[in-house]
Design a protein around this ligand. Structure first.
Ligand SMILES: Nc1ncnc2c1ncn2[C@@H]1O[C@H](COP(=O)(O)OP(=O)(O)O)[C@@H](O)[C@H]1O
Ligand SMILES: [Mg+2]
Length: 242
């Protein structure tokens, strides 16, 4: 379980997070919805301890990661697979090496690594692409390599930062199907940051709407049409849902 308790974060002269509280239970997929620049990526970084709040707590499986030593933090980080907004692949590495990297760094033996890499590549339907370079991949394939890399250490929690941003609608929908498949098949707990309400509705159990540094509504997705907050009404309208 991930419990975010009243976190605040100032960056430069702006208070980006103004007291965020959010609980993510085991097995749940929570979408964090918000317009661009609202602090979604900043919030995600707090969950893995890549950023530290000015105040408040982030409790992962009972441990407050804002107070632990580096060694413990690295241990806890292994519970997470992070899918970065821009895929963050290394151009000079093959698909195999890009995916293998977390396990190489953790010092696993080559046979175990190769087995895991092949397994996660097949989970994202990228069998046989081991020797390709990122430049040889389409945008959708790059995203899936990013997902494979997040999965390779068999993390308990998956965090996706804008997994469908910048993809055409058909490919974006395929990535959503992929995320949904991993949710149903691997039963992982996930947090998906997105500015796309249709994606959020498709892949998540719950939706948190982040705006101006606070979560203004946190609901089960079935309750979406009952939300009266003007920001959510705007999202619904812009997505053609109301
Ligand atoms: N490292 C940083 N230093 C200063 N400001 C930052 C930093 N990271 C993000 N910000 C600012 O915080 C706000 C939220 O950013 P971000 O979380 O990336 O938004 P989102 O992911 O919702 O589009 C933005 O105004 C951004 O400029
Ligand atoms: Mg972002």
């Amino acid at each position: 379980m991930i419990e975010i308790r009243d976190i605040r974060k100032r960056l430069g002269d702006k208070e980006v997070l103004k007291g965020i509280s959010l609980t993510i239970n085991e097995g749940e997929t929570v979408a964090i919805l918000g317009r661009s620049g609202m602090g979604k990526s900043v919030l995600l970084k707090h969950i893995v301890g890549l950023m530290k709040p000015d105040s408040g707590q982030v409790i992962v499986d009972g441990v407050d990661i804002t107070r632990v030593k580096r060694k413990k933090l690295f241990e806890i980080r292994r519970l997470f697979g992070f899918v970065f907004q821009n895929s963050a692949l290394f151009d000079s590495f093959t698909v195999w090496k890009n995916v293998a990297l977390p396990l190489i760094e953790a010092g696993y033996d080559i046979e175990t690594i190769d087995m895991r890499v092949k397994k996660v590549l097949s989970m994202v339907n990228l069998e046989g692409t081991e020797d390709l370079y990122p430049a040889e991949l389409s945008g959708g394939m790059m995203k899936r390599v990013g997902i494979a890399r997040a999965l390779v250490g068999d993390p308990k929690y998956l965090l996706y930062d804008e997994p469908t941003a910048g993809l055409d609608p058909v490919i974006a929908d395929r990535i959503n199907d992929q995320i949904l498949y991993l949710k149903e098949y691997l039963k992982k707990t996930a947090v998906v940051v997105t500015h796309d309400l249709r994606s959020a509705l498709k892949i998540s159990d719950k939706i948190a709407l982040l705006t101006d540094g606070v979560i203004v509504t946190f609901i089960r997705k079935e309750e979406i049409f009952q939300v009266e907050h003007p920001e959510m009404r705007q999202f619904l309208k812009a997505s053609g849902l109301s």
